[in-house]
Ligand binder design. Structure first.
Ligand SMILES: Nc1ncnc2c1ncn2[C@@H]1O[C@H](COP(=O)(O)OP(=O)(O)O)[C@@H](O)[C@H]1O
Ligand SMILES: [Mg+2]
Length: 446
């Protein structure tokens, strides 16, 4: 790692980051910016003038404060630090960027780092590229030159990920599995705190249990009623209830269900909002990761590309991220009869996402699963594991109930029902027909 690391035992007594945090929380951005300017300038011996540092007000999350600053000689930087006493995250991100870099993944590295307790902050060189998320949104129809160049870049990254997974492949233990930060996006969203395979909790409880669901055509169901229904989606039957889908995911992803497993080094959370589309010469692109908060060296191989498979492909066009926009173009109907929820929807993958799915299958999943099969390390329940993990993506990344979602995106009755239908399709094979997820599983089967 080449970052300038400020020493671990600085004698500084001023809790400058704490002051900045208090100011951010109180909504005093100007004070926070002055505080950060003085802190960063002193800490890293940089010449930053008042007014040259700005906190990104549009994305202040519960987890991190970030923004941009410019030094007197015109150099631009991005800074980032995490909130709360649990300061591990900032240093962990630094460490994880390093381990991805070491494995040969393209990932942004911080250029200044402070690991001092109470003063943990990362400074990255400013990046002016477009996020892949934004570029894809503007190129859903895969027939423009730009869309084709994006697909080529994605194919290259998928091939690289397969190579890196194979190069770093190892066998993990139950302890390794339980300790992987990436599980925070899967298993730990399903349960309260203990690694007990059937303890209902986490976001499952917080988002859904005891709540009411409003679907199109005045279908309103309590969680108790909804979660007891089986599903018929676009004419085919899924003999599973929402409650069973959650229970399967809890049981399948639980640490106590894993003895040993094939593991590798991976980013794990490389949704397109954490990927830069870097313009190269001659209208070509390559992709680079940033924000490797959940990267690890013992990520289950079967989990490494679940987030990318779901969020960069199946979550589109827009229904997960911009429900209002998707709602206008979608037809989604609900009907309850004889213990079954009948859904009709018009959702389909746009051409760009189909091309991404093909690439993910051909360039990542097929070679990697074939390798596991050849090594005799492919878990017997690989399909159930992949399905359980895919199910968690729509079900638990944000609240899927109509009127809920995130601060930027509120689900509608249509996107709510569509999201749950897609989650059910992830959870199990239909009993009398194939859908896009089953086609995916059939194609990657070694
Ligand atoms: N090096 C950088 N230069 C300029 N902008 C950046 C840089 N890194 C991240 N950003 C912007 O800041 C946003 C948040 O950064 P990210 O590291 O993803 O933090 P978070 O943990 O909040 O997701 C990104 O979506 C991107 O738009
Ligand atoms: Mg991010």
């Amino acid at each position: 790692m080449t970052a300038n690391t400020a020493d671990q035992n600085s004698s500084t007594t001023l809790p400058a980051l704490q002051q900045a945090l208090h100011a951010v929380r109180a909504g005093n951005m100007r004070t926070a910016e002055e505080c950060l300017t003085a802190f960063i300038a002193r800490k890293f011996d940089l010449d930053i003038q008042d007014g040259d540092l700005n906190i990104r007000q549009d994305t202040i999350s519960l987890n991190s404060v970030n923004g941009l600053f410019t030094t007197a000689n015109g150099q631009k930087f991005f800074f980032k630090f995490h909130l709360e006493e649990d300061e591990g995250d900032t240093v962990a991100e630094y460490y994880r960027a390093g381990l991805l870099d070491k494995a040969g993944y393209p990932v942004e590295q911080p250029c200044y780092v402070s690991t001092t307790v109470g003063e943990q902050i990362l400074i990255y060189p400013y990046v002016a590229h477009t996020r892949l998320f934004d570029a894809c949104k503007n190129n859903e129809q895969a027939n423009s030159d730009t869309a084709n160049a994006i697909i080529t870049a994605q194919q290259q990254l998928d091939r690289l990920c397969a190579d890196k997974a194979q190069e770093t492949m190892t066998i993990g233990t139950q302890q390794d599995y339980e300790a992987e930060p990436l599980l925070q996006l899967f298993y730990w969203r399903l349960v309260d705190t203990t690694p007990n395979g059937d303890r209902t909790g986490g976001r499952h409880k917080q988002f859904y249990i005891g709540k009411t669901f409003a679907f199109p055509h005045d279908v309103t169901l309590s969680y108790a009623d909804l979660s007891a229904l089986t599903w018929n989606i676009n004419g085919i039957d899924y003999d599973i209830t929402l409650d069973q889908a959650f229970a399967n995911a809890r049981a399948t992803l639980a640490p106590n269900a894993i003895d040993t497993y094939p593991a590798c080094t991976a980013h794990g959370d490389a949704h397109n909002g954490n990927v830069w589309l870097r313009e190269q010469s001659g209208s070509t692109y390559d992709l680079a990761y940033f924000d490797p908060a959940f990267a690890g060296e013992k990520i289950p191989v079967l989990l490494a590309e679940i987030k990318t498979t779901f969020h960069n492909i199946l979550a589109h066009p827009e229904w997960l991220y911009d429900a209002k926009e998707a709602d206008n173009k979608l037809d989604v109907r609900a009907d309850v009869k004889d213990g079954k929820l009948y859904v009709r929807h018009s959702w389909d993958l746009p051409p760009l996402r189909r091309a991404f799915l093909d690439s993910k299958i051909e360039n990542f999943w097929k070679p990697v699963l074939a390798q596991l099969a050849a090594d005799n390390t492919l878990p017997e329940n690989w399909e159930a594991f992949i399905r359980a993990a895919l199910f968690c993506c729509p079900a638990l990344v944000m609240n899927l109930r109509a009127g809920e979602g995130t601060a930027q995106n509120t689900h509608t009755q249509k996107t709510s029902l569509l999201g749950l239908s897609i989650a059910i399709m992830c959870a199990t094979r239909a009993s009398n027909g194939d859908d896009i997820i089953t086609d995916f599983i059939n194609r990657i089967q070694p």
